[in-house]
Design a protein around this ligand. Structure first.
Ligand SMILES: [Zn+2]
Ligand SMILES: [Zn+2]
Length: 115
């Protein structure tokens, strides 16, 4: 059985309580309310991007790799990363494909990355 954790963060630390818990969020001895949580919007939102190379199964289907959160994000106008947050849990299939992608293409951008 998988425990799904709460998505709130503060100072980059993730709440270690279960999803939809009551009361304050908590990471070890640090506690916070929703008002004190980090903005979940990823700072990579709106950054320039280009479609990542495809795996044989078509993943990631024209999405670009966000350099901040290392997720695959749809492009707006084929040039900019769509607004996204860093809190959403990836599906099991997405996680598998992502791991596969990094195994195939590695973590570095390489010399073709354009800014
Ligand atoms: Zn929480
Ligand atoms: Zn991001």
């Amino acid at each position: 059985m998988t425990v799904v954790f709460c998505r709130s963060r503060r100072g980059g630390r993730r709440c270690t309580r279960e999803l939809d818990h009551r009361g304050l969020h908590r990471h070890r001895t640090i506690m916070w309310a929703d008002a004190g949580a980090d903005d979940p919007r990823c700072t990579g939102s709106g950054a320039p991007g280009a479609p990542a190379e495809l795996l044989s199964n078509g993943f990631p289907a024209g999405r670009a790799l966000c350099p901040v959160c290392l997720r695959f994000i749809p492009l707006v106008g084929a040039r900019f990363l769509d607004e996204h947050d860093t809190a959403g849990a990836a599906s099991a299939q997405e996680s598998l494909d992502r791991a596969d992608w990094f195994n195939t293409h590695g973590w570095s951008e390489g010399p073709t990355g354009q800014q």
